[in-house]
Write a protein that binds this ligand. Structure first.
Ligand code: ADQ
Length: 485
């Protein structure tokens, strides 16, 4: 078994200053960490990433984190300027909006690209310092698309693999990117590229065909193959899952059941509809609020009988667009409540904060309807978490954007176009009146899929696809060593 080197923009450990010379490191739990940590411990390995604080980074807390985690934790330092141009700039003001089909939100500033490359080189140096021949190197997400190129330039021949958590756009949109050729060439320095959905994979292959005439997409079933500069690169779709059993078990716990009862008791006679998102324009929150407003205008039966609980976690508020976006949400909530509320009923309950885990699970468990309507999303884990937490009568109903990656797997959801506020409004009315039998039949099928294709299945499928490459590269490395001797 090959050792695993994981590389992501953020480490799953956050560093915080506790005093002038004191630092604490806390593990941020999440599906990805719980799925990958056992693999890292089992095979031996390293997790490389930025700990979330700009400037110099002390080493001692990470030596401690390494002891506690059971695998090596390696921080990468970023200056404030690098954080601004690499993370906020190229990653989140160029790639993020463009890859979510929102090219008008892009800020194509040339210096962002230079810093993006320089920071990817910094990550590559850290990888090169810590990897050994035969290691399985797995880089994650849109922040690190240049890292394989930087590693090859440093003479690293190991098998390099990559997973993109966000969508890959169609050619007509990708073509707007000033660095389209350079970025695709850099991606083709990986040996295996993983995407969330078949649509993303198709888009990527279409871009390769159109942008790089010298690369050849070979006809293949299963993993796709691309020939470029004498190498064969594989690409496939690997839809990410959640830790289903931990969500299900958590939702069934006494504490969550109690909180869910309390939540329901606060809205007697109402069906509860839930939206849970990071603050992000790709999540379709204003469109959802407008759709709810249209539903209340069109379908009087909903008034006093449905409540929308919208939880939004603050995110990237340093970027002006995100700040303005929050203002839009605030105004829409105010407007809807101003127009429709009565002495005994408020249509929208808005929480602008992160919910703690039990609270989140209680919301999932208590709400009869989940409204997950991103304009575009790599996967959208909220949709899957909601299904896993429908533990009571299995009769929760999911309204899901056709542009969320999850829609490829969760076909029994009520699929909608999030831009079409009238269609979403009618879907709200339809599910409000949907029979329990139909709700249960749909939810049962979705729970089966989310359970079977969970995060452990995802890690396994990706590692299996990559393991042959790693074995091949280990053989080549040992041949290279023999030759050098
Ligand atoms: P995100 O854009 O962060 O992830 P998503 O998949 O929905 O999107 O995950 C959000 C996570 O935050 C969920 O686990 C959810 O429980 C949590 N969350 C959201 N709102 C919360 C709140 N108010 N309180 C507490 N927790 C909250 C990126 C891509 C996605 C892709 C994932 C994983 O953009 O498309 O699904 O990575 O690959």
């Amino acid at each position: 078994m090959n050792r695993l080197i994981l590389v992501s923009n953020r480490l799953p450990f956050a560093l915080e200053r506790a005093g002038t010379d004191e630092w604490i490191v806390t593990l941020s739990a999440g599906g990805l960490v719980s799925a990958l940590a056992p693999v890292l411990r089992g095979r031996g390995g390293t997790w490389i990433g930025w700990p979330g604080v700009a400037g110099d980074i002390p080493n001692a807390p990470f030596a401690e984190a390494t002891r506690d985690a059971g695998y090596e934790v390696v921080p990468v330092a970023l200056s404030e300027a690098e954080r601004d141009e690499f993370y906020y700039g190229y990653s989140n003001e160029v790639i993020w909006p463009l890859f979510h089909d929102l090219q008008n939100f892009c800020h194509f500033e040339p210096t962002f690209w230079e810093t993006y490359k320089a920071v990817n080189e910094r990550y590559a140096e850290a990888i090169a310092r810590h990897c050994q021949p035969g290691d399985f190197i797995w880089a994650h997400d849109y922040h690190l698309m240049y890292v394989a190129q930087a590693l090859r330039e440093r003479g690293v021949h190991a098998a390099l693999t990559f997973f993109l958590h966000i969508p890959f756009p169609p050619f007509d949109i990708f073509a707007k990117l000033p660095q389209q050729q350079r970025l695709l060439r850099a991606l083709l320095q990986f040996d295996l590229l993983g995407f969330q959905t078949r649509r993303d994979l198709r888009n990527f292959l279409q871009c390769v065909r159109r942008v790089l005439p010298d690369a050849e997409v070979l006809p293949s079933s299963g993993l796709q193959r691309i020939r470029s500069s004498g190498r064969t690169i594989r690409a496939g779709s690997f839809p990410i899952g959640i830790d289903f059993e931990s969500f299900e078990k958590g939702a069934a716990s006494e504490e969550v059941a109690r909180r869910a009862r309390e939540l329901r008791a606060a809205f007697p006679g109402c069906q509860l509809m839930l939206g849970v998102d990071r603050l992000d324009y790709s999540k379709g929150i204003p469109e959802r609020l407008r759709a709810f407003r249209v539903a209340l205008e069109r379908h009087q039966e909903l008034r006093g009988r449905v409540v929308l609980i919208q939880a939004v976690v603050p995110s990237r508020v340093e970027i002006p667009r995100y700040h303005e976006f929050k203002g839009r949400i605030d105004r829409l909530v105010g407007d809807t409540n101003g127009r429709f509320s009565t002495d005994t009923w408020l249509p929208v309950h808005y929480r602008f904060r992160s919910l703690d885990r039990d609270d989140l699970l209680a919301h999932y468990r208590a709400c009869e309807i989940a409204l997950v309507t991103p304009l575009k999303d790599g996967m959208n884990l909220v949709a899957k978490e909601y299904c896993a937490c429908c533990v009571e009568k299995n009769d929760g109903v999911l309204i899901l954007s056709q542009f969320a990656g999850a829609a490829e797997q969760l076909k029994p959801a009520v699929l909608v176009n999030p831009y079409d506020v009238e269609q979403v409004a009618d879907a709200i009315f339809k599910v409000f009146r949907m029979s329990d039998a139909e709700r249960r039949a749909r939810m049962k099928r979705m729970r089966r899929i989310v359970h079977h294709e969970d995060v452990f299945w995802w890690v396994d499928s990706f590692l299996k696809a990559g393991s042959q490459l790693a074995a091949r590269s280990a053989q080549t490395a040992s041949r290279r060593r023999v030759k050098q001797r």
